[in-house]
Write a protein that binds this ligand. Structure first.
Ligand SMILES: Cc1cc2nc3c(=O)[nH]c(=O)nc-3n(C[C@H](O)[C@H](O)[C@H](O)COP(=O)(O)OP(=O)(O)OC[C@H]3O[C@@H](n4cnc5c(N)ncnc54)[C@H](O)[C@@H]3O)c2cc1C
Length: 461
C-alpha cells in the first residue's frame, strides 16, 4: 500500500494512515490523478488523501478522524456528482469504491447492496435472476448518490423512484456510529436519507426491494425534432401505460454510427424508452411513438432490463457541462415551439433539453413520506450544454439560463441530483416548505457540526 505524505495543510494525515487498513492514496502516489478524477471534467481539486475503506468500520474510523481533526470530508460513490461535490481541496476523499458486495435474497425479493456499486453492476447482477430495482439512465452512476437524492429512471412510472424501493440502509453518522435505519429504527433518519442526499451520514449499504422483471421492450428511438412531434411525443408519454417510462432528449444529432450522415448536426429527439412488461403489450405501448414520424433510427426491442445500460468507456470521458434542473407542467405545442427556438439559438455542439414524463407509481407515495417533495410534478426537465474552457463556459451558461427561464412554468422545483453548485437558494427549490424544516431538524440532531457539508447542503443552523 503506498504511504507517502505530502500535503503540509493536513498534518493529521500520518495518523489517518496509521489508523486505517484500506487503501490510501496521497498526492505523490502514481495512481493519484486517476483516483481523484470525477466523471465530469473541469473540477480539478486535490485531496490530501484518498482513502478506500473495505468495511463500515473503516468508514466510521475515517469519519471520526475527519471530525476530530477538523479535516474537510468528501464522500464519493460513483463520482457522478453534477456539482463536483465528491472531491475536496486539501481534505479527505472517502472513496467507497471498494464496497461492492451484493447479497441477494431471492425468496424475500430484497438485496443488500454496498454503496460502492454502480447502478449498472447492480442491475446486471440482479437481472440475472429476472429481478430489478430502478435507478437512473446511466449504468456508471453510483447507487449511493442516486439513491440518497431520490432516483428517477426507466422504472419510475411502474415501480416508483429508487427511494420508493429502499427498505433500509446502514449509515455511519457524524459521531462515528454505525446505524441501521429503516421505517422502525431511526425513522427520522430513514425519512431524511430518502431524498436528502449525503447530509446525514455515509451510507455503507442499502437494502432494496427487487421487482420481478424478466424482460422489457425498450432502447433508443431517434425521431426528427419539430415542435409538433415534441408536443405529440410528450402527450403520448403522459398517456402511456405506467409500464412505460421514457426520456426524450431534444438535441443535436451526434455523429454516431447509427445516425445517418445527413442527420448529423440536425435537431432530433433521442428518446430512450423502456416498457417494463411483456413483449406483446410492449410493442403496443411503443407503437404510438414509432408512429410520430419516420424514425431516423429504431432500436427498440425486447431485451433484459440491463440492456438499457450498455457498457461505457471507463475513465476516458470527462465532459465539461453546464445545466439547469427544473420541473414543467406541460409541453404543449407552444412550449414545444419555445424548446425548438431555444435550441436553435445556440451553437454549442452538445446542447439538449431533456424531458421526462413522470406520474404513475411515484405519485402514489405521499409527499411527506420521504424528503423528495416533487411527487406531483408532471415533467422533469434538464437544460444542458457542454463547454470547452472558461470563456465558452460563460456563454453556454448564459444560454442554459436563458433557455431555462423561457421554459419555466408554475412548478419552480428542482431535482437535487441534477443540481450543480448553484447556491443555497436553488437547494431550497429542491426541498420546499416543510420538507426543508424537517431536514434541518434531522441535520441538527445527527450532524450538528455540519461534517457532511460537501453536498447540496442543509446547514444545521
Ligand atoms: C451521466 C449522468 C446521468 C445521470 N442520470 C440520472 C438519472 O437518470 N436519474 C437520476 O435520478 N439521476 C441521474 N444522475 C444524477 C445522479 O443521480 C447524481 O449525480 C448522483 O449524485 C450520482 O451518484 P454517484 O454516487 O455516482 O456520485 P458521487 O459524485 O460519488 O456522489 C455525489 C454526492 O452524493 C453523496 N454520496 C454519494 N454516495 C454516498 C454515500 N454512500 N453516503 C453518503 N453520501 C453519498 C455525496 O454527498 C456526494 O458528494 C445522472 C448523473 C450523470 C452524471
Amino acid at each position: 500500500m503506498p504511504r507517502s505524505v505530502s500535503s503540509p495543510s493536513t498534518i493529521e494525515i500520518p495518523r489517518l494512515l496509521a489508523a486505517f487498513d484500506g487503501q490510501v492514496i496521497t498526492p505523490d502516489d502514481p495512481g493519484y490523478d486517476q483516483a481523484r478524477a470525477l466523471f465530469y471534467g473541469g473540477m480539478d481539486r486535490r485531496p490530501a488523501a484518498i482513502v478506500r475503506p473495505v468495511d463500515a468500520a473503516g468508514v466510521a474510523r475515517v469519519v471520526t478522524l475527519a471530525r476530530e481533526h477538523g479535516l474537510e470530508l468528501a464522500v464519493r460513490g460513483g463520482g457522478h456528482s453534477v456539482a463536483g461535490h465528491s472531491t475536496t481541496d486539501g481534505g479527505i476523499l472517502l472513496d467507497l469504491s471498494q464496497l461492492t458486495a451484493l447479497d441477494i435474497d431471492l425468496e424475500g425479493r430484497t438485496a443488500w447492496a454496498q454503496a460502492g456499486l454502480t447502478a449498472g453492476a447492480y442491475t446486471t447482477a440482479v437481472g440475472a435472476h429476472g429481478l430489478a430495482t430502478g435507478f437512473g439512465d446511466t449504468g456508471s452512476v453510483g447507487i449511493g448518490g442516486i439513491t440518497l437524492g431520490g432516483g428517477i429512471g426507466f422504472l419510475v412510472r411502474k415501480h416508483g423512484m429508487t427511494i420508493d424501493n429502499l427498505l433500509a440502509a446502514e449509515l455511519v453518522t457524524a459521531d462515528g456510529q454505525i446505524l441501521e435505519v429503516d421505517a422502525e429504527r431511526h425513522p427520522d433518519l430513514f425519512w431524511a436519507i430518502r431524498g436528502g442526499g449525503g447530509n446525514f451520514g455515509v451510507a455503507t449499504r442499502f437494502r432494496y426491494r427487487l421487482n420481478e422483471l424478466p424482460s422489457i421492450v425498450g432502447g433508443m428511438l431517434l425521431l426528427p425534432a419539430t415542435a409538433e412531434i415534441i408536443a405529440e411525443y410528450m402527450a403520448a408519454a403522459e398517456a402511456a401505460p405506467e409500464e412505460l417510462s421514457s426520456i426524450a432528449n431534444v438535441m443535436v444529432a451526434p455523429p454516431m454510427p447509427f445516425v445517418p450522415e445527413d442527420q448529423h448536426g440536425k435537431l432530433v429527439i433521442m428518446a430512450l424508452l423502456a416498457y417494463a412488461g411483456d413483449a406483446e403489450a410492449g410493442e403496443r405501448a411503443l407503437a404510438p411513438f414509432r408512429a410520430l414520424a419516420d424514425p431516423i433510427a429504431d432500436m427498440l426491442q425486447p431485451m433484459p432490463y440491463a440492456g438499457m445500460f450498455p457498457p461505457e468507456e471507463e475513465g476516458e470521458f470527462h465532459p465539461t457541462a453546464v445545466a439547469h434542473t427544473m420541473f414543467m407542467d406541460a409541453v404543449d405545442r407552444r412550449m414545444a415551439d419555445t424548446i425548438m427556438e431555444q435550441l436553435q439559438a445556440s451553437d454549442a455542439p452538445v446542447r439538449v433539453v431533456q424531458l421526462r414524463a413522470l406520474g404513475g407509481a411515484m405519485t402514489r407515495v405521499p409527499v411527506e413520506a420521504t424528503a423528495f417533495a416533487h411527487r406531483h410534478s408532471r415533467i422533469m426537465a434538464n437544460v444542458a450544454a457542454f463547454y470547452d474552457g472558461p470563456a465558452d463556459r460563460e456563454r453556454r451558461q448564459a444560454w442554459v439560463d436563458g433557455a431555462a427561464a423561457a421554459l419555466q412554468q408554475s412548478d419552480d422545483g428542482a431535482y437535487v441530483n441534477f443540481l450543480g453548485d448553484e447556491g443555497p437558494e436553488r437547494v431550497r427549490r429542491a426541498y420546499p416548505g416543510s420538507t426543508w424544516d424537517r431536514l434541518v431538524e434531522v441535520k441538527r440532531r445527527y450532524d450538528p457540526g455540519n461534517l457532511f457539508r460537501l453536498n447540496q447542503n442543509v446547514p444545521p443552523a
